[in-house]
Ligand binder design. Structure first.
Ligand code: CA
Ligand code: CA
Ligand code: CA
Ligand code: CA
Length: 338
């Protein structure tokens, strides 16, 4: 609503107040109740306030962002996936009152200091004035519901690790790391990201105590039938490494020993690990081979053990706006689907 849309007396008061405060002319939302009113274009104020607000008389709030900073935004909606098909069908309505949060420490929970929004009656939510960067967006699944989207038996990823979270060089190798194997050449300098994707011709060597930690972004690994995780190693000099798994990037559980000479298929069932695996850490156990240490070429969730993640990870450029980051939920009662 602009000043020109207001009734003339309110418009006069509003303009007078705005001018008195040195406010720059523009378009503003207007809230009034009885004889008190305020004008504001503060998105945080507008977000949850569609009803007229009672405020101090003639108070003017100018919380506009510094125009020299480019802010980004994220928005979407939460819907009642009545038929549980993970798609918002035409008749399915938005869910109000659902908390959506930016999981800054990636632990899957809303912690103090993390930004959150509650969906409006339309089911929509919106985060504004975000600096560019990477964000994990999650919902708190409403009581009585289970999340159906994003989360699907049909994974969006190919099963291979997507990002290196950490690399540690113990110094036990013949030269400073990272070194490894590239197209048959051993003990050559490599970048740590050779462990990502599915390229068996390059590998990162992990001598005793050296480690690499990777994460999965377009899939998570679950305890499926049989083996679940494949650690690709090049060469077969019986080098060994410990393999740890984590669902929250914080607590890592020892899943087993990868052995380049025997097998590198591992089953989450053996340690009764039933949380979705989002991160794998590999720690070298020896200095064997032409490129000393366990030579990691790839880290893979096997095809029957990967599903889509139940949250969004986005990379926001300054000034970018992302929408359609939607969440679906379907009603369950006493553990049974309705
Ligand atoms: Ca549906
Ligand atoms: Ca958190
Ligand atoms: Ca992947
Ligand atoms: Ca399994």
């Amino acid at each position: 609503m602009g000043f020109n849309d207001l009734d003339p007396s309110a418009q006069a008061l509003g303009e007078a107040a705005a001018l008195a405060a040195g406010y720059t002319p523009g378009t503003f939302e207007f809230f009034s109740a009885a004889f008190d009113f305020a004008i504001t274009n503060d998105p945080a104020f507008l977000e949850g306030n569609t009803e007229p607000q009672v405020t101090a008389p003639l108070s003017i709030i100018d919380d506009r962002p510094d125009p020299t900073t480019q802010f980004s935004s994220i928005q979407g909606s939460v819907f009642d996936d009545f038929n549980g098909n993970s798609i918002r069908d035409a008749v399915e309505i938005g869910l109000a009152g659902v908390t959506i949060f930016l999981d800054e420490n990636q632990n899957g929970q809303l912690d103090p200091g993390e930004q959150s929004k509650v969906t409006k009656s339309s089911g929509e939510y919106r985060f504004t004035e975000l600096p560019g960067g990477t964000y994990d967006i999650r919902q708190i699944t409403p009581s009585g519901y289970e999340q159906t989207y994003p989360f699907s038996e049909t994974p969006t990823g190919d099963g291979f690790a997507d990002q290196v979270l950490d690399y540690f060089d113990s110094g036990a190798g013949p030269k400073p790391g990272p070194y490894g194997i590239r197209k048959g050449e051993a003990e050559v300098d490599v970048t740590v990201d050779v462990v990502l994707g599915n390229d068996p011709s390059t590998a990162l060597s992990l001598p005793t105590g050296s480690s690499v930690t990777v994460s999965f972004e377009d899939e998570v690994i679950v305890n499926g039938p049989g083996d679940d995780i494949f650690i690709g190693e090049t060469g077969a000099a019986s080098e060994k490494a410990e393999v740890y798994v984590s669902s929250d990037f914080t607590t890592f559980s020892l899943l087993g020993i990868a052995d380049g000479g025997i097998t590198t298929r591992l089953d989450l069932e053996t340690i009764d690990f039933n949380e979705p695996v989002r991160s794998v850490k590999i720690v070298g156990l020896d200095n064997r081979g032409g490129s000393p240490g366990f030579d990691v070429a790839s880290v893979q969730g096997l095809p029957d053990s990967i599903i889509s993640p139940d949250f969004y990870t986005v990379s926001l450029q300054p000034g970018e706006s992302l929408d359609s980051l939607n969440f679906g939920n379907r009603l369950v009662v006493d553990g049974f689907l309705v």
